[in-house]
Design a protein around this ligand. Structure first.
Ligand SMILES: Cc1cc2nc3c(=O)[nH]c(=O)nc-3n(C[C@H](O)[C@H](O)[C@H](O)COP(=O)(O)O)c2cc1C
Length: 213
């Protein structure tokens, strides 16, 4: 691997507008899910869950509340990113206990940090906590998109859907989750995809980067 491989993948990935319905092998899906699992999150809390949808009826229902975007039904696997609807003591403790179990020791600094979070998050409003958790899903989302590119799988990042309606379709409130993002995974339909041959557009560096020496 050379040090421009990742940049090459960033260049070749694009928001696929039409998919051909071909199935993505499970091994590739598993690798994409592993990339989500490995994404960094604030305090390592991983405040999200992902739903993997292949059921055609459910996909069709979701398409109705996702601006009728065809990738939702023409993809192979539809990933739905959902964030915790709130940070609770139970959820925070789970991750700290898991860390202690995996590392095999308790550490005073880490336990103090647990108490700090237990004193902070549960005091915030559920909406503020959800907003914080939802940001973490965007980081994992990028991880998934890039692993998909390495797997030769196309995808479309999507915010274009009615989150409340999707929460109802998937019964998310009973699971104390709220949907944040969709990621259809599949293969491009080169005949129908208007974006596939267009140049990638990005603003120049001088409109993006401010250097303070
Ligand atoms: C968070 C997010 C939400 C997006 N929502 C949609 C969407 O609902 N439908 C869609 O076709 N593209 C969507 N896009 C794709 C963007 O329009 C696209 O990434 C951007 O124009 C840059 O093009 P590229 O990804 O092909 O380089 C979304 C992208 C992001 C990052």
């Amino acid at each position: 691997m050379n040090n421009t491989d990742f940049l090459d993948k960033l260049n070749s990935r694009y928001a696929t507008k039409a998919m051909n319905g071909e199935s993505v092998p499970q091994e590739k899906i598993d690798n994409i899910l592993e990339a989500i699992r490995l994404a960094p999150t604030s305090s390592g809390l991983q405040p999200f869950e992902v739903f993997v949808i292949t059921n055609a009826e459910i996909k069709a229902k979701i398409r109705e509340i996702a601006w009728n975007q065809p990738q939702v039904t023409d993809c192979s696997h539809l990933l739905v990113f959902t964030a915790w609807d709130n940070y609770t003591s139970e959820r925070i403790n789970y991750m700290f206990d898991l860390t202690n179990e995996i590392r095999g020791f308790k550490n005073e600094g880490w336990e103090n940090y647990r108490q700090f979070l237990l004193n902070m998050y549960p005091k915030n409003s559920a909406e503020d906590n959800f907003q914080h958790a939802s940001k973490q899903t965007y980081i994992a989302f990028m991880s998934a998109m890039m692993q998909a590119e390495y797997e030769g799988v196309d995808c479309t990042p999507m915010e274009g859907f009615d989150a409340d309606a999707l929460d109802k379709i998937l019964g998310l409130s009973e699971k104390n989750l709220r949907s944040t993002l969709l990621l259809p995974l599949g293969y491009r339909d080169t005949n129908k995809d208007w974006l596939v041959n267009l140049k990638k557009v990005r603003k120049p560096m001088n409109k993006l980067v401010n250097v303070i020496d």
